[in-house]
Design a protein around this ligand. Structure first.
Ligand SMILES: Cc1cc2nc3c(=O)[nH]c(=O)nc-3n(C[C@H](O)[C@H](O)[C@H](O)COP(=O)(O)OP(=O)(O)OC[C@H]3O[C@@H](n4cnc5c(N)ncnc54)[C@H](O)[C@@H]3O)c2cc1C
Length: 595
């Protein structure tokens, strides 16, 4: 085992991690640990855009953006955080422009902007052009630009290093009101080097989690294979709560049967959803902004059309995204990649034929709770000194119960930057926390147990069963019965996971072993998502309970906080303790959510 010492360690080299590294790397000795090569991170798959109220092509301002974000999130958004994000959006885009990002331009040379779901002029009056973009490769451009700037600032990367544990120590502390509690402090992380199979311990004053989402919990998903919720899982296992995990976004336009994403930018550029009768059905569900309603509403409307028998195709199980009325040159210049996806994966020519689409699991609104300084919370009132999180792994709660399109690329830039600055500042003033004795004990046991198991179960089989049950029972429509069914399956899979067999017993490049580790995180995340969904007996944003179809602000206008706790049992669910956290309100009172 090797030990390294850095001021700041960043876990993840996606947009959030690299934006943090650019700030931290200029101020403190910084290492980025990433299980993928940086430019393979999922941020690079983002298509449609990153929003900011630049008002380059029509009137706009950050307050409208704040309001849209809060209403889009069905009022579960922490409004102080949404204000920060909408205000700092403008500089976030300009920072990227100065770093060299090739945005699409207007004829006058300004950054061009296009429409996206839920972004409106003057509190919902009409769609507004707020998304800055580089064709339908915005995330690719962001990731490349950030990587180049990390290289410029000599950030040190440890590529294909899987972080598997967070080292925390606990100290006795006393609150202002005189009550005693255990204060967690960060000492470092433990990682596994894929090439050598060796463990490396990184001691650090500050640790920033920027390890992305958990979309692989579902079968039909837009997410890359590597999005297995590692960061959330590591934090959860170390007693850090996870916030609002019941809220998972299903993006309306995944390629039917595959889940590969077609950006909402297509609808932003004028594409229309139609059912088997050729009807533009969104006119019924969201009369004002129609196909550009927020994603939860569009996804649910699509699923409803299919359920009511107006789906298309031989099995009537999808709807159509129609671009045929748009000029081919327009599509070519604004949406070149996604039209190619339709041709390659479905054999459909989008210039002349509508494209089969159905909702696909896309984005985790929940995650590791932070405040607006990106500091991680150990409970509602206490931060963990030296521990930060940003991006999809985190829940600062700017997205509430439903994220608006283009607000994630924004989130990773705004809060990635904040996390990098805060981590460097903390490291400047703080001392190292002593590493626990034998810091690698937990990780060694985790790996050796899996490597030495002589069971009969296969990782791929268990993962598929997990993903199948999540798609069938925890997707757009949920009921107590469907959630219970998913919990039963997860519990049985947990038992079988103990009996899993690893074929590859070797040390080098043992992906077989790491996929087994990742399956463990997926099982944890699926259980937290399903348990919190069971307890939220209302419908809000991305969480729709058919048995409780209305939003219930009296009982449920609060964040859920799930803690791992072996002693907790509630409604027959054990091992997870559920608490709540108040929503932060500044200016906007909850209203009925109509579009
Ligand atoms: C297909 C697609 C299109 C999208 N389009 C848009 C869009 O147009 N606009 C928008 O706003 N949002 C979009 N999103 C969402 C947005 O891209 C993501 O939410 C965002 O990029 C996440 O960035 P991140 O930095 O948090 O994580 P990621 O970019 O996913 O990076 C995660 C990093 O963590 C590392 N990592 C993970 N686990 C470990 C571990 N155990 N040890 C070490 N390293 C680890 C990985 O190596 C990776 O470097 C899209 C998402 C998808 C899937």
């Amino acid at each position: 085992m090797q030990v390294h010492k850095y001021d700041v360690v960043i876990v993840g080299a996606g947009g959030a991690g690299m934006r943090a590294a650019i700030e931290s790397g200029q101020r403190a000795r910084t290492a980025v640990l990433t299980k993928l090569y940086p430019t393979r991170s999922h941020t690079g798959a983002a298509q449609g855009g990153m929003c900011a109220a630049l008002a380059n092509v029509e009137e706009d301002n950050w307050e409208w953006h704040t309001f849209d974000t809060i209403k889009g999130g069905d009022y579960l958004v922490d409004q102080d955080a949404a204000e920060v994000m909408a205000k700092e959006a403008i500089d976030a885009v300009l920072d990227l422009e100065k770093m060299g990002l090739p945005f699409n331009r207007t004829p006058e040379g300004k950054i061009d902007q296009r429409r996206f779901g839920g972004h409106t002029r003057d509190h919902g009056k009409a769609p507004v052009r707020r998304a800055c973009y580089a064709a339908d490769r915005t995330g690719h451009m962001i990731l490349q630009t950030l990587y180049q700037n990390c290289v410029k600032h000599n950030v040190e990367f440890y590529n294909e290093y899987y972080v598997l544990d967070l080292l925390l120590v606990e100290e006795d502390a006393v609150r202002e009101d005189g009550t005693a509690y255990k204060q967690k402090r960060v000492a470092g992380v433990v990682s596994y080097d894929l090439a050598s199979g060796e463990l490396h311990v990184f001691q650090a004053k500050s640790v920033v989690f920027a390890s992305g989402g958990a979309g692989k919990v579902f079968k039909t998903t837009s997410n890359a294979h590597t999005l297995t919720g590692d960061g959330m899982g590591i934090a959860f296992r170390r007693g850090i709560p996870l916030e609002d995990m019941e809220f998972f976004q299903f993006h309306p336009t995944g390629l039917a049967g595959l889940g590969i994403l077609l950006t909402e930018g297509a609808r932003g550029e004028g594409a229309i959803l139609r059912n088997s009768e050729g009807e533009r059905f969104m006119e019924r569900y969201a009369p004002t902004i129609k196909d550009l309603a927020p994603r939860d509403i569009v996804a649910r409307s699509m699923a409803n059309e299919v359920r009511e028998g107006r789906g298309c195709g031989p099995n009537k199980d999808y709807v159509l995204l129609d671009l045929t009325h748009l000029e081919p040159e327009h599509i070519e210049s604004k949406l070149p990649d996604i039209t190619e996806f339709a041709r390659t994966y479905l054999g459909v020519e989008p210039f002349t034929e509508p494209v089969p689409v159905y909702p696909t699991a896309h984005y985790a609104m929940g995650g590791i709770p932070t405040n607006i300084e990106s500091q991680v919370l150990q409970d509602n009132d206490t931060v963990i000194p030296g521990l930060f999180a940003a991006g999809e792994v985190a829940c600062v709660s700017v997205h509430g119960s439903n994220r608006l399109g283009t607000n994630s690329l924004l989130d990773i830039n705004v809060f990635g930057k904040r996390a990098g600055l805060a981590a460097a500042k903390y490291a400047r003033d703080a001392e190292y926390v002593e590493l626990p004795e034998d810091p690698e004990t937990y990780t060694t046991a985790l790996l050796e147990d899996l490597r030495n198991a002589n069971g009969t179960e296969r990782v791929a089989v268990l993962r598929k069963e997990l993903q199948d049950t999540m798609d069938a029972n925890v997707q757009v429509f949920r009921t107590a019965e469907s959630l219970q069914e998913a919990l039963n399956v997860i519990e049985s899979l947990r038992g079988r996971y103990k009996n899993v067999a690893i074929q590859d017993k070797g040390k080098r490049f043992n992906l077989d072993l790491l996929e087994a580790v990742e399956l463990g995180f997926l099982l944890d995340m699926a259980e937290v998502m399903t348990t919190t969904a069971m307890h939220r007996k209302e419908s809000r944003g991305g969480h729709y309970r058919e048995d409780f179809p209305d939003r219930d602000d009296v009982q449920f206008m609060k964040h859920s906080m799930a803690y791992k706790d072996a002693t907790a049992v509630s409604e027959g669910i054990s091992g997870i303790r559920l608490e709540t956290k108040p929503v932060v309100f500044t200016r906007y009172q909850p209203m009925e959510r109509k579009y």
